[in-house]
Structures are given as C-alpha cells and as structure tokens.
Design a protein around this ligand. Structure first.
Ligand code: NAP
Length: 233
C-alpha cells in the first residue's frame, strides 16, 4: 500500500490543491470536508487529476469530536495507519477586528476550528500515525501568527494560529522519538475564498504544504516554514 494522507478542509482552496498534488505523487488521499456531500463533490471533481494516486472522500468536521472519531475509525479499518496528516481547515480571518474590541465569541469559535480541532485530530489519529514508518504532520499556519512581526490585526486568527504554532513545537517534541516530523507551514498570501483576490496562485501555497508533507526521514521537525525556508516564530 502506498502513502496514506489525510487533508482537513480538502473541498476547496489550499486544502483541495494539496489533495490534488499529493494524489498526483501517488498518495491515497482522504479528502475530508465537514459535509460528506462536499467531500464527495470535490473528490469527483478531482478524479481525473488523481492519477497515479487515489482520492477518497470522507466526512470530518474538525469541531466535532464524534466526527473525528468516526473518521479515525474509518481510516483504521480501511488502511490500518496514517502516514500524512495535514491540518488545513481554518476560519475567521478577522480583518475587521482589533484586540480591544474583539468579539470573544468569534475568538472562541476560531479557536474551536483553528486550535482545538487540530489538537483533537492529532490526539485521535496519533495511534494511526505511530503505525506509519514515516509519519508526518503539517499544521497549516500563517505568518500572521508570528510573534516576531505581530501587529494588532486579525486577533482571533492570529492568536489561534499562534496557539497552533505552539502546539506544533510541543507535538514535535513529544513525537520526536517516534520518528514523526511535525511542522507548521505558512502558504503565503494565496488567492482563495479566505485570502481574497490578489494573492499568489493556490498551487504556490499548496506547494509549501506538500513539501512539509513529503519530507525525507532526516527532514526538520518542530519548525515553521514558507516555501521551504524557516520563518521566525
Ligand atoms: P478557505 O478557502 O477559506 O478554505 C477553508 C477550508 O476549511 C474549507 O474547505 C472549509 O470548509 C474548511 N473548514 C472550515 N471549518 C471547518 C470545519 N469545522 N471542519 C472541516 N473543515 C472546515 O481557506 P484557504 O485560504 O484555503 O486556507 C487554508 C489554510 O491556509 C488555512 O489554515 C488558512 O489559515 C491558511 N492560510 C491561508 C492564507 C491565504 O492567503 N489564503 C494565508 C495564510 C494561511 P467549508 O467549505 O465547509 O467551509
């Protein structure tokens, strides 16, 4: 069996392009989305681009523990392991807010998707990742989370992605002895529904994600990268 990869939020944007590229490299890719219909529609759209790999649709809402458990049970039953986990799904690029007036309900909602979601997914899929000979976790983050250059903009997004970066360092440390490479990636400003018009093409953003998903065994862990180059935390 070839490499088995799972991408959250795989139905559109950078996640969808990451699915397409991993399948193009021969991976069996679980294209997950928060609704089964969205996963199936995106997988059907990509089917001709899937060669030489395979794209399998699967429901996974990152804010729903039961849905994460069910997805992990399906992966266990069908594949017995997971080689690559890409935590891509995210929400709330809150350009309209500043920290002093931020709606904390928006911040909490962002945390459910951008931080607690990936956290729970890693916890739940850890046994399947440990069953892989070359496990990789990619947390899709953003330079907006870099403390080194952080301003007052997009507080819900920046704080929750900074939490995701911290989680990346912690899981990398915990899983180092399992040979698991855990990294955070900024795709750059990308022209998607979230990024809006004017950003780089989606393929350029997804390339950074794919690079971290396909690192060799002696590749880095616990790092933060864009286009393969380290970013300051
Ligand atoms: P996007 O076009 O808005 O797509 C977001 C994806 O996340 C969609 O598939 C969405 O599914 C999914 N999602 C949201 N909540 C979910 C949930 N609860 N469960 C499962 N899936 C969920 O965003 P994008 O631009 O492709 O961004 C992808 C990643 O890159 C994100 O982590 C983002 O923070 C990061 N990033 C993007 C940029 C940029 O300029 N675009 C820059 C830096 C970092 P639905 O279709 O169901 O909503």
């Amino acid at each position: 069996m070839g490499t088995v990869s799972l991408v959250t939020g795989g139905n559109r944007g950078i996640g969808r392009e990451t699915v397409r590229r991993l399948a193009g490299r021969g991976h069996t890719v679980l294209l997950t989305a928060r609704s089964q219909d969205a996963a199936e529609a995106a997988a059907a759209d990509l089917v001709s681009a899937a060669e030489p790999g395979e794209i399998l649709p699967l429901r996974l809402d990152v804010t729903d523990a039961a849905s994460i458990e069910r997805a992990a049970a399906t992966v266990a039953e069908r594949h017995g392991r997971l080689d690559v986990l890409v935590n891509n799904a995210a929400i709330a690029y809150d350009t309209w807010q500043r920290p002093s007036g931020a709606d904390l309900d928006v911040v909490r909602e962002a945390a459910e998707t951008n931080l607690y979601g990936p956290w729970r997914i890693i916890q739940t899929f850890a046994p399947l990742l440990r069953a892989s000979a070359h496990p990789r976790i990619v947390n899709v983050s953003s330079e907006a989370a870099s403390l080194a250059s952080m301003g007052a903009g997009t507080p819900a997004y920046a704080v929750t992605k900074a939490g995701l970066n911290a989680l990346t360092v912690m899981f990398a440390a915990e899983f180092r002895r399992d040979g698991m490479l855990v990294n955070a990636v900024c795709p750059g400003w990308v022209a998607t529904d979230m990024g809006g018009a004017g950003g780089r093409p989606v393929g350029e953003g997804a390339a950074s994600v794919v690079r971290a998903a396909t690192l060799p065994d002696d590749g880095p862990t616990g790092g933060f990268f864009r286009d393969g180059r380290p970013l300051p935390w």
